[in-house]
Design a protein around this ligand. Sequence first.
Ligand code: CA2
Length: 148
Amino acid sequence: MSEAVHVLNGPNLNLLGTREPQVYGAHTLSDVERLCEAACARHGFSMVFRQSNREGVLVDWIHEAGREHAAGTLAGVVLNAGAYTHTSVALLDAIKGTGVPLIELHISNVFARESFRHHSWISPAARGVICGLGVAGYALAIEAIAQW
Ligand code: CA2
């Protein structure tokens, strides 16, 4: 059976492509899902692609990914935690607590934006961080997981 990649998206990312195209581009979350599906297919990964506006749901999904990783059926997680990146100790604890290998992903260059976006609670627990490369960053994150 092939290994899985879980692509998890946090709050407001369901709005992609509807507003702020100068920041996030014109792609919708469905476009991102297709792009990720193609990247996973190139590497023989199955994919789970999800979005939630709720912090606890994201915590539950990281726990689920952690169990699958422990069982040897998951290669890694790509997480765009949205604004929870900058607020959520719970997500940090979930990533650390499960030990799941995870890439933190941001579409925009958070360091070129407001100073409150410069701090990430989850970076210390991430294997790597990609930001500012637009939605192409998702495919690059999946490429990186394939190299682990
Ligand atoms: O650049 C990213 O991917 C972010 O994770 C996106 C978050 C933001 O809070 C982070 O600082 C950086 C926001 C996602 C909201 O996306 C929208 C898209 C279109 C219209 C409104 C919001």
